[in-house]
Structures are given as C-alpha cells and as structure tokens.
Design a protein around this ligand. Structure first.
Ligand code: HEC
Length: 252
C-alpha cells in the first residue's frame, strides 16, 4: 500500500521534531525553544523541497488539501475542518495570553519574607524562635563575647570580604562582577532591619535558598552551610553586627 504524500510529510515533520526533543528526554538537557524553531524551519523547508521536486509529486502532496477546499462532495469535512482550525488557533492564542498573577520579576525584593522554617546542617530550624546562641554572652560574659566576635571576624575575612568588602560596604574586589550586587552591612537600612534568625537563614542557604520572588537573577551568595559550621555562622553574624555598630532587630 502506498502511504499518501501528505501523511508522509506530516510523519517526517513529526520525526524531525522528535529528534529535536530527544536530548531533553534522553539526557534531561532540552534544546532551547528558539533553536528548535529554527531547526524545524529548515527541516520543513528541506522536506518540502524534496517532496515538491516534480510536478507529479507536488500534485500528490497538495492534492488532498486542494480537494478538501474545492471538491463539492467534501463539503461536510470542509466545514468541520474550517470550524476546528480557528478554534484550535484561538485556544492556543488564549493559552499564551492568559493573564498571570505572579508578581512581575522586576520587583525583586532585597529582603524577601523568610520561610517559617528552614533546613540546614541536617536539622530543621523554626525561624520564628531561632536565636543566636552567643548573643546572651554580650551581657553575661563580655570577655568571652569579645573573643567570639574576633573569631567571627576571622571567618569574615577568610570567606566573605571578597564580596562584601573589607569595610562591610558590599564593595569587595569581586563585587562588581555580580548582579545582584553583594549587599552592604553598614548603614541603618541593612542588617539593622533584620533579625539574626533571618541573617542565619540567608547565610546558611545563600542565593539558592532565596524564595522565588527574589530570584529573577541568580544571587552569587554561596550556600555557607556547605563550608562553615553552625557555630562559625553565628560568630560571623556577631562580627558583622559588632563591626558596623548595628543592633539586630528583636521580637518586640
Ligand atoms: C561570591 C560573593 C559572595 C560571598 C563570598 C559572600 N556573599 Fe553574602 N551575598 C552575596 C550577594 C550577591 C548577596 C545579595 C543577594 C542575596 O541576597 O542573595 C549577598 C547577601 C548576603 C546577606 C543578606 C543581606 C541582606 O541584607 O539580606 C548576608 C547576611 C550575607 N550575604 C552574608 C555573607 C557572609 C556572612 C559571607 C561569608 C561567610 C558572605 N555573605 C559571603 C555575595 C557573596
């Protein structure tokens, strides 16, 4: 049995599309949509070129379409097709234009609302009640507290100052290479507005830990729980508040 030309054409186009989609299914690495569009354009043009190389084959290819439009005996199918095609086109357009209620990505919030709990170091923390375990030493044992701040400073200058700067203004050597910029800790509108639990969350989970509304760009802030201990994070927090003279925000 001879396969109708038009069907051959459709099958070949589908095969070409399948090949473009293959990397996504085999390796989980999709080819970008715009590239697929380009490949498909060339594939369709090539298939058409081959299939319309002679008068005869051209007639065979387009014959069924011509008949559908012109043949009086096909009036019923024609009418059905002429209803279905605009409906499908209308539906696809509607799908694309459907209003989205997501906040626009331009409105990136610098200090996003933290989740109520977070996971780090294999534990779950309740951010509503989490406190810096060393903070109480500020009053109870000022000598010990000073020592911890000094250790926090070491953590800072070994890990953070490349980006957040030696004076904590967010202007480290590497800072200009990043978008969004590393944030400053100096000033009253920075960590002074934040609770230590928030700062702990941001340091432990880094850029990838940011909720969706703040990630139109990728933050370069590393996931510090992979490199520092819990104690080191609490100490570096003591340091950044101490150095800048800021006081962490507390629950009223
Ligand atoms: C590779 C550069 C880089 C390094 C190194 C780095 N950070 Fe960051 N950090 C960023 C960027 C960029 C942001 C801003 C985007 C964001 O909030 O994720 C940021 C944000 C933060 C914030 C959030 C501040 C706020 O106001 O919300 C804290 C806290 C912070 N960093 C602490 C640290 C500490 C502590 C270290 C060292 C242990 C460190 N960072 C090392 C790039 C860096």
């Amino acid at each position: 049995m001879k396969i109708p030309r038009l069907l051959q054409f459709i099958v070949l186009v589908l095969i070409a599309y399948g090949i473009c989609k293959l990397p996504q299914y085999l390796m989980g690495k999709p080819i970008p949509g715009s590239l697929i569009l380009m490949y498909m354009f060339f594939a369709v043009v090539m298939i058409l070129l081959v299939m319309t190389s002679t008068e005869e084959s051209t007639r065979e290819l387009f014959g069924p379409i011509k008949a559908l439009v012109e043949d009086p005996s096909k009036a019923l199918i024609r009418n059905i097709v002429f209803v279905i095609v605009p409906l499908v086109a209308g539906y696809l357009t509607y799908e694309q234009l459907k209003p989205s209620f997501e906040p626009p990505v331009e409105l990136r919030s610098t200090h996003p609302a933290p989740p109520s709990t977070m996971k780090a170091f294999g534990k779950t923390y309740n951010l509503m009640t989490l406190e810096n375990p060393y903070r109480k030493l500020e009053k109870e044992d000022p000598e010990k507290f000073k020592e911890l701040v000094r250790e926090g400073g070491e953590v800072y200058f070994q890990n953070c100052f490349f980006c957040h700067g030696d004076k904590l203004y967010g202007k480290g050597h590497y800072a200009h290479g990043f978008n969004p910029l590393p944030l400053p800790f100096q000033g009253k509108d920075t960590i002074a507005q934040l609770q230590e639990s928030f700062v702990f969350w941001r340091i432990a989970t880094g850029g990838p830990g940011l909720p969706k509304e703040s990630t139109p760009w990728l933050s370069s802030m590393p996931i510090w729980q992979h490199f520092l201990s819990e104690e080191e994070i609490w100490k570096v927090i003591l340091f950044i508040y101490d150095y800048t003279g800021n006081v962490p925000r507390a629950w009223e």
